[in-house]
Ligand binder design. Structure first.
Ligand code: SF4
Length: 352
C-alpha cells in the first residue's frame, strides 16, 4: 500500500532535491574531526557506498570551516555544514561552497549578522536548515509553556526562526524538531506539518546505542513517514554513522518508500522448524548485505508453511527433513543438502 506523502516546497541541496514528489533522502553526519580532511573524505566515501545521499559535518571553528571547500571537491554527495551560532563560520562555510547550512537564525545575534548570512545563502542559492532540539528551546518560549518542553514549544521555537528568514524573503528552508522522546518528536513534527509547507528533516535525537536507537528511530521516524511526513531522515546512533545509514535504508524500504538492495524475510522459528535456522538466517543476512538489486529473499524453517508464507519473495530457502530446499515465488525449485543451502542460495541469487 502506497503512502500518501505530504506535499511540500521543493528545496535543492546541491544536485539533490527534496520536497514535492522527490524521494525521501538518507542523511548522516560524520564523526571525524572536520579539520582532518583525509579522514572526513574517507568516511564520506564509505557512507556514500552504503547509501548516504547527503552528509553533514560539524564546523566548530575557523580552521574546520576553511577545510570545507577541499572536502566538497573530493566528494560526490551534497555537503552540509553544521553551525551552532557563529555567523562568521556560516559565512566561511557558504564561501567554501557547501550545499546547505544548519543554523538557527535566532541564535546568530544581531539583525545585521543574520542578514549577512541570509544574503550569502541567497547568493549561493543554498538552503538553511532550522534545527530545533528539545534541549535548546529559548527561555522566553519555555516560560510561555510552563517551562515544559512540549511539542507546541518546539514548534513555536522553530516558527520564530522561520519568521526571521521569511522577513528577509528567504524561503529555502528545511526544518527539524528533534527530541530524545519518541512521542514528543512525533507530535512536534505533526504540529509543524500543519503549519508550514517547508520540507522536514526527521530524526529522533540521542536515540541511543545501535540496538536501542534503531528501535527508537524506527518508531519515531517510521511513524511520521507512514503519515506522509518527512523529506529527509537521519538515524542518530551511538555507533558508526555507517550503521545509521543502514538503519535509515531499512526504514525506508520497509515502508515501501524507497528500493535499494535486498529485503530479507525470515520466519521466527517454531516447533515445526526443520533446520538450524537462526545461525543460517544471520549468515544469509551477512552474505547478501552487498546486493544492490532490489530483491526479496526468504529464509524459512519448514516446507509446510515456508514457501507459501514467503511466496512474495523472489527467492528463498527452507528446511525439509534433513535437506534444504530452494524456492522461487513460493514454488520449490530444487532440493539440496542442508549444509550447502547457503552456497546454493548465493548461486541462485547470482543467476537472478
Ligand atoms: Fe514455523 Fe514453518 Fe512458520 Fe517457520 S515457516 S515459523 S518453521 S511454521
Amino acid at each position: 500500500m502506497d503512502i500518501a506523502r505530504r506535499k511540500t516546497r521543493v528545496v535543492s541541496i546541491g544536485q539533490k532535491k527534496i520536497g514535492g514528489d522527490n524521494p525521501v533522502l538518507v542523511q548522516s553526519m560524520c564523526n571525524t574531526d572536520t579539520k582532518d580532511v583525509s579522514a572526513t573524505v574517507k568516511q564520506i566515501h564509505e557512507l556514500q557506498k552504503h547509501g548516504c545521499e547527503m552528509v553533514r559535518v560539524a564546523v566548530l571553528n575557523a580552521s574546520a570551516a576553511k577545510k570545507l571547500g577541499e572536502i566538497k571537491r573530493r566528494i560526490q554527495i551534497p555537503l552540509i555544514a553544521d553551525i551552532h551560532f557563529d555567523y562568521q563560520l556560516a559565512l566561511e562555510a557558504i564561501e567554501q561552497g557547501v550545499d546547505k547550512i544548519r543554523i538557527n537564525p535566532g541564535n546568530i545575534g544581531s539583525e545585521e549578522k543574520v542578514r549577512k548570512v541570509v544574503d550569502a545563502a541567497k547568493r549561493r542559492r543554498i538552503p538553511i536548515r532550522i534545527g530545533v532540539n528539545s534541549g535548546s528551546i529559548e527561555k522566553r518560549i519555555l516560560a510561555k509553556h510552563r517551562d515544559e518542553v512540549t511539542p507546541a514549544a518546539m514548534a513555536e521555537s522553530a516558527l520564530s526562526h522561520v519568521k526571521i528568514l521569511e522577513d528577509l524573503q528567504f524561503r529555502d528552508i528545511v526544518i527539524s524538531l528533534k527530541a530524545a522522546d519518541v512521542n514528543r518528536t512525533i507530535a512536534a513534527y505533526q504540529l509543524m506539518a500543519k503549519k508550514v509547507d517547508y520540507p522536514l528533516h526527521l530524526g529522533v535525537t540521542e536515540a541511543g546505542t545501535k540496538w536501542l536507537g534503531t528501535i527508537k528511530s524506527a518508531i519515531g521516524i517510521g511513524s511520521l513517514l507512514n503519515q506522509g511526513i518527512g523529506d529527509t531522515i537521519r538515524v542518530s546512533l551511538t555507533d558508526s554513522p555507517i550503521e545509521e545509514v543502514k538503519v535509515a535504508w531499512e526504514i525506508l524500504k520497509d515502508l515501501g518508500l524507497r528500493k535499494r538492495g535486498r529485503m530479507l524475510i525470515s520466519c521466527p522459528t517454531c516447533g515445526r522448524t526443520q533446520i538450524d535456522l537462526i545461525p543460517l538466517a544471520k549468515k544469509v543476512e551477512e552474505a547478501t548485505a552487498h546486493i544492490e538489486k532490489p530483491i526479496t529473499i526468504a529464509v524459512m524453517g519448514c516446507v509446510v508453511n515456508g514457501p507459501g508464507e514467503a511466496k512474495e519473495a523472489d527467492i528463498g530457502i527452507t528446511g525439509g527433513k534433513g535437506v534444504g530446499m530452494i524456492f522461487k515465488k513460493g514454488k520449490v525449485e530444487r532440493v539440496v543438502r542442508e549444509d550447502t543451502l547457503l552456497d546454493e542460495l548465493m548461486k541462485e541469487i547470482d543467476k537472478l
